[in-house]
Design a protein around this ligand. Sequence first.
Ligand code: FAD
Length: 353
Amino acid sequence: MKYDLIIVGQGIAGTAIAAKALEYNKKIILIDERHKPVASEVAAGVINPLTGKNWGLAWEFENAFAEAQHFYQYWETFFHTKFLRQKPIKRYLAHIGDQNTLAAFAQENPYQKYVQALHLSASERHTSAWKNTFGSVDIFPAAHINTQHLLATFRQFFSEKNMLCEEQFCHEQLTIFSDKVIYKDMEASFVVFCEGYKVLSNPLFARLPINACKGEVLLAEIDELDRHFMYKCGVMAAPQSEKIWWIGSTYHWNELSETPNLAMLEELRKLLQENLLVPYKIQNMQAGIRPGSPDRRPIVGNLKEYPPVTILNGLGTKAYLYAPLMAHFLAKYLFQQENLPPTIALSRFKAFR
Ligand SMILES: Cc1cc2nc3c(=O)[nH]c(=O)nc-3n(C[C@H](O)[C@H](O)[C@H](O)COP(=O)(O)OP(=O)(O)OC[C@H]3O[C@@H](n4cnc5c(N)ncnc54)[C@H](O)[C@@H]3O)c2cc1C
């Protein structure tokens, strides 16, 4: 059978390039082994413009968020469902320095537009469900993607349209020509590897500098939190199904076991206990492995020696923000021969020049 693309992996990276290729009327087949847990399902799906201790503005936020909104809304209309909900992140200030930073942000471009409201008064601090010593800020625009619903909806669609092969991709069985690849009975103009951290065992990308970062998550039942918000107070809290909140997450490198690390979970639970002032009941725990890159930019491109072999990876901690824009760039590169922005190109790494 002939295809335009063979896509390996149906996390958010594979889903985004598959959906984009369909927008170009291309013929695709996805191969996914459906191993659990998959980072794309464990993720909260938070899209946050101001992150980290220093409140850094996410790289290319405005372009990436515009493309993400366009992408998720296009497919919401197609499937008659909802994946993206815009909602503010209520972030609690950690110290007096944060108050100064935020007061300055409220006056300054490009940050001004993300500071929706600053709450520093004592009365607001005393009625909070979270420990609130220095006040809080509502960050907006921000959004929440229902990650499990999105991946399951696409999976069912790909499966019904015979675009999905549920099996492990075996790299040894791939034959590469200058203008096509052959895998078993499939022939395609390109193969796109979207394997997440599992690219570490792909021999074609053995020299790719992927930083795998494991993260643990708690799922807790909490009645007394307003679901119109997401929260950041020691932990990140995002609404999941009814009454269930996603509480995350830990960050640790060099551990590739996919089972949750109990010591890390205990640290997360303590952080929740210290910061959440209303009752909660822990219902479950999960872990996933994020595929990051050394410069924290996504990785998109093809191998110089094997042009039909391409990759979309390195989505790090902001996969749901960046995947649609990266799929847009990759589709333009593959189908319209447009250059990739150098900041995301695979060729920025010496080993791939
Ligand atoms: C705890 C945690 C919280 C997170 N929170 C957020 C968040 O709030 N917002 C956000 O944007 N991002 C978040 N992330 C990051 C995000 O989850 C990842 O960056 C993203 O999921 C990576 O997507 P991916 O498609 O590249 O890889 P993955 O999700 O790992 O998907 C890879 C897919 O490829 C398949 N595969 C791999 N190898 C093979 C093979 N040989 N054969 C067949 N199939 C194969 C796997 O089965 C899998 O389905 C979080 C991550 C973690 C762990």
